[in-house]
Design a protein around this ligand. Structure first.
Ligand code: NAP
Length: 334
């Protein structure tokens, strides 16, 4: 293996002196500027997620200090490692923990992270496929695990997916359909209804039809819900879930408030499960990646994925903040 270079290409976000604006630049960084962790990974691919757009626009809940390189997902090969049983050249995935938040992230040719954050890439996933899944697919998988653990199975009835054209949403649709569930996809972009049906939705609904929150409960329809949106859609979904059903909540693009009475919980026995990909322990993390690489791998992964270069990232990030993203965006750093 050749020695690591002293510099690498990265997207860097810089804060203005008045801390009001954030500029984006592809530039060369010193390898020594990476944090002092024990594992150096040469990144081959990253992916874009909603959180990267928040980081790139100065959201202090995501990233406190600038200049900063975002990117919560990375796959690549080990170039230095002092622990964890990894060998030089091993193909590895790094997602979650603090990557791309306050630790220099995957939108760069190199990351340096603690070995405790690293998983071996399953052999049955290519690097590109692993990032087509990325945090979004991993989170959709965690949501599905919550439904299954709460007794929602393929023959239980309709499962609602909100934010269906987004990263988590489209992979939830694809994953559920792949495993035989009947999926209802809620979207603000009905022009993508045919695409949602191609990736597995049985029915596509305009999300506004599921946004009324004025009543304590609505007719019971959903056996399960995977929600990446929050706000009134989540409230309505909880109030429309069938007795014994389960709602997995992982996102807040519509809002962080949750307005509901306890009636769905005490009159219908509905379960509301929170999903936090970053706190998933390592054995569970490895096991889910292996499932996503094998029996849970959606056949349509390539159809939901667009591949771009680092130079195209800036333009794509803006689409996350106005809700216009469709599918997954993988960044090729080779
Ligand atoms: N808890 C976790 O571990 C975890 C992990 C990953 C992501 N997340 C969260 O999950 C959410 C989605 O992430 P993502 O990367 O999938 O984002 P994304 O690709 O931008 O998808 C979000 C989708 O939500 C819908 N949407 C956007 N604005 C909306 C609004 N105002 N009201 C209702 N729906 C709206 C849109 O889909 P439609 O047009 O089809 O409705 C959009 O494509 C984010 O809040 C993210 O932070 C959480």
């Amino acid at each position: 293996m050749t020695a690591s270079p002293t510099e690498f290409k990265a997207l860097v976000i810089t804060e203005s002196t008045d801390k009001l604006t954030y500029s984006r630049e592809i530039t060369r960084r010193e390898l020594d500027s990476l944090p002092e962790h024990d594992t150096l990974v040469r990144v081959s691919h990253s992916s874009l997620n909603y959180k990267d757009a928040l980081s790139a626009t100065g959201n202090k809940g995501v990233t406190r200090k600038f200049p900063h390189t975002p990117g919560i997902d990375a796959v690549g090969t080990i170039e230095e490692c002092a622990g964890g049983g990894f060998a030089l050249g091993d193909s590895v995935i790094v997602t979650s923990y603090d990557l791309g938040m306050n630790t220099s992230g995957g939108l760069a040719e190199y990351i340096r992270v603690p070995h405790e954050w690293v998983v071996h890439k399953p052999h049955m996933l290519t690097p590109l496929e692993s990032m087509a899944l990325g945090t979004a697919g991993f989170t959709a998988g965690l949501c599905l695990q919550k439904l299954i653990h709460n007794g929602v199975l393929a023959d239980s009835g309709e499962v609602l997916v909100t934010g269906a054209t987004g990263g988590v949403g489209c992979l939830a649709v694809a994953l559920l359909a792949h495993l035989g569930f009947t999926v209802v996809a809620a979207t603000g972009k009905l022009e993508h209804a045919d695409w949602l049906k191609q990736i597995g939705a049985a029915t596509v609904v305009q999300r506004d039809t599921l946004s009324d929150n004025s009543k304590p409960m609505y007719p019971a329809r959903w056996a399960g819900v995977i929600d990446s949106v929050g706000g009134t859609l989540l409230s309505h979904a909880i109030k429309s879930t069938r007795p014994g059903g389960c709602v997995a909540a992982c996102g807040l693009v519509q809002g962080s408030e949750l307005n509901t009475t306890v009636f769905p919980f005490i009159l219908r026995g509905v379960s509301l499960c929170g999903v936090d990909s970053s706190s998933t322990n390592m054995p569970a993390r490895r096991a889910l990646w292996e499932m996503l690489a094998a029996s849970w791998k959606p056949a349509c992964l390539a159809d939901v994925t667009k591949v771009i270069k680092l130079e195209q990232v800036s333009a794509q990030l803006d689409h996350f903040l106005n809700g216009s993203v469709r599918g997954r965006i993988v960044v090729d750093l080779t």
